[in-house]
Design a protein around this ligand. Structure first.
Ligand SMILES: [Zn+2]
Length: 444
């Protein structure tokens, strides 16, 4: 067994194309991650932070340099550009990645470190006592022989989503340099503020003009996602009766205590930490309370709309049951939609996901179809009329100081984009599929 492991090739590329693209992917990636593009939740303008504009401007210049002459950064921080089709086709396919990084871990001063030919052991990062341990990170354990990129241990890496940005840039530069390769018109968009849920908000679909698109914002090799959570946010406001504690006997109704009882009465097995796969949850994430008023904010998630509604009813029933013990207390429940499972929209245009599946297979990878326990730009774009499934990037442990990426997987993703262009150029995948996509868009 040992002998076999030692004889494994050190560079585990999925294809010669991936191996050819790897140096450019790495060069771009390690440059992009150094720019602090962390988004900020309290947003007063788009983008929420200036660093995203800096990266946007840099990408516009680089897109123009490889031949996408119409590249532009708009006033809201969206980069768009076109790689024309090889021949006069009407089909336009979109490629999307986001410029910002998560506000959930430090994003300033990212210094990428390349660990060549990973030996399969634990990786100690130089700062922050951060350790990447294959014993607790099963995906890492599989990457023996890969070249891995990490940060220094005290910041995120930003593979989410600069891996996607670097892969799209590299694929476009390769296609532009090889005009003989088959391709439809490719439209690229780099979006701001995805991590704070605003990536699709000011996305100009008309201007983008693609029939469908792909986000490069997934994780492990081969992932192809056409299903996300359906997402609601609920705010429960409880009004108690506040009385000076010295005169409170029989009069005071504490909203704070009622809210605490509501949280305690919600089922233990319906939480993010106790669910997985296709199960949804109710996740109270903020409680602000006084004796007079309590406000409980929760996110509700499920892949199924009916079950999502059942979570809303369960939350309301729990509030009512608790408040039944305090008849003079009142409550309001406010529920708002955040995004909807994109499968609802992608089912109508099976060609879109099928093309990505064919491209991943053409790269020699078996597609992994996992539902996303979250949302992507694609969730809202699909709802807005642009069918947009999500493809892997080779980045892992997102939103943390342990974030890492595999160069071999990033190169595979770049190669998959080149193959995707070829799939969309095949006869029969041209007119009919595009029309169906358009028809679905018009009727939605
Ligand atoms: Zn992302």
């Amino acid at each position: 067994m040992r002998v076999i492991l030692a004889a494994m090739p050190s560079a585990r590329y999925t294809s010669l194309l991936a191996e050819e693209l790897a140096p450019e992917v790495l060069e771009r990636f390690t440059r992009y991650v150094r720019i602090d593009t962390q988004s900020r939740r309290e947003r007063t303008s788009s983008p929420s932070t200036r660093g995203q504009l800096e990266l946007g401007r840099m990408l516009v210049e680089e897109l123009r340099a490889v031949g996408l002459h119409d590249a532009e950064l708009d006033e809201n921080g969206y980069v768009m550009a076109t790689l024309p089709a090889r021949d006069a086709a009407t089909l336009a396919i979109g490629l999307i990645a986001h410029l910002d990084t998560s506000p959930d871990a430090p994003g300033h001063g990212v210094e990428p470190i390349v660990h060549r030919d990973y030996d399969g052991g634990a990786i100690e990062l130089p700062t922050g006592e951060t350790k990447l341990d294959p014993a607790t990170m099963p995906e890492l354990a599989e990457k023996r022989g890969h070249d891995l990129v990490t940060a220094r241990g005290d910041t995120l890496l930003g593979a989410d989503d600069k891996a996607g940005v670097a892969e799209i840039m590299t694929a476009l530069s390769h296609l532009a340099a090889h005009p003989g390769l088959p391709r439809p018109m490719l439209r690229v968009a780099f979006t701001p503020d995805e991590e704070i849920g605003e990536g699709a908000s000011l996305f100009d679909l008309e201007r983008f003009g693609a029939q469908c698109a792909y986000t490069l914002d997934g994780s492990d090799l081969g992932e192809l996602q056409d299903e996300t959570f359906s997402a609601l946010e609920a705010t429960v406001t409880i009004h108690g009766v506040d009385v000076h504690p010295g005169f409170a006997t029989g009069k005071l109704i504490s909203a704070l205590r009622l809210a605490a009882k509501v949280v305690a009465a919600l089922p233990d097995d319906l939480t993010p930490e106790r669910t997985s796969g296709r199960d949804g949850f109710i996740h109270p994430y903020e409680l602000t309370a006084t004796a007079a008023t309590a406000r409980l904010r929760a996110i509700l998630r499920d892949f199924d709309e009916e079950r999502l509604q059942a979570h809303v009813e369960l939350l309301e029933r729990t509030v009512r049951d608790v408040l039944a013990t305090a008849p003079r207390a009142r409550y309001e429940l406010d529920v708002t939609r955040q995004y909807r499972n994109m499968r609802t929209y992608l089912e109508a245009v099976p060609e879109v996901t099928a093309a990505a599946e064919a491209a991943i297979r053409a790269e020699g990878i078996e597609p992994i179809r996992t539902p996303i326990r979250g949302g992507t730009d694609g969730s809202r774009l699909s709802e807005m009329g642009l069918p947009t499934p999500n493809i892997f990037t080779g980045g892992h442990e997102y939103h943390s100081v342990r974030e890492w990426a595999s160069l071999q997987e990033m190169a595979a993703a770049a190669a998959t984009i080149v193959r995707l262009a070829e799939v969309w150029s095949q006869p029969g995948n041209d007119g009919a599929a595009a029309d169906e996509v358009r028809a679905a868009r018009a009727s939605s």
